[in-house]
Design a protein around this ligand. Structure first.
Ligand code: 5GP
Length: 175
């Protein structure tokens, strides 16, 4: 692990949180099918582990957005760069995100996906930084609430690096 990293959530803690969310989704949609929509690229590891903890008929799709700003701060503008390919009308959709921060991305995606008229739309976020919220949104399923620190690993990047770290780490450039 690089010297300027400190583990915030270990791989074992992450696995426990993912399993808990998988059980909640399995229970909430018992007897039904779900479409898991992962937000690229950050949610790809979370989605692949979560999917294996969901005991339901499940399919996957992916969506990608870009938010403008510096590498660590969103500037408040979200743009769609890849849409889902599955029709969502009358389906149970679970949007799967790595982290809920200001809420701008989720607000944008919620509006976009609700326009497709799903039967239900739920939102699973592995991490939640409630202190940073700018929009009045919350996730239906949350793995962990974390303090206002910039984290990398388990899908989360800094300038596209560190997504493959198995633990979630606080990253600081100056240590
Ligand atoms: P929001 O739109 O809620 O502010 O931010 C959501 C997106 O911002 C996440 O999907 C993620 O890409 C990015 N983000 C927010 N906080 C962090 C963080 O601590 N680390 C990393 N790597 N990305 C973050």
């Amino acid at each position: 692990m690089p010297h300027n990293m400190k583990i915030l959530l270990s791989r074992t803690q992450i696995a426990d949180g993912v399993a808990r969310i998988g059980q909640q989704i399995t229970r909430d949609f018992a007897g039904e099918s779900v479409i898991l929509v992962g937000v690229l690229k950050g949610a790809c590891l979370f989605l692949s582990d979560l999917a294996r903890q969901i005991e339901l008929d499940a399919t996957f799709d992916f969506i990608a957005v870009r938010s403008y700003g510096t590498q660590k701060e969103s500037a408040g503008e979200v743009q769609l760069i890849k849409d889902v390919t599955t029709p969502l009308e009358d389906k149970n959709v679970v949007l799967v995100e790595d982290i809920l921060d200001t809420g701008l991305t989720f607000s944008f995606l919620r509006k976009l996906l609700l326009a497709r008229k799903p039967r239900t739309l739920k939102f699973a976020a592995l991490l939640d930084k409630p202190s940073r919220r700018q929009m009045p949104v919350q996730a239906d399923y949350v793995g962990f609430q974390i303090p206002d620190e910039f984290v990398v690993g388990y899908g989360l990047d800094y300038a596209e690096r560190f997504r493959n770290l198995p633990d979630i780490c606080v990253f600081s450039e100056d240590r």
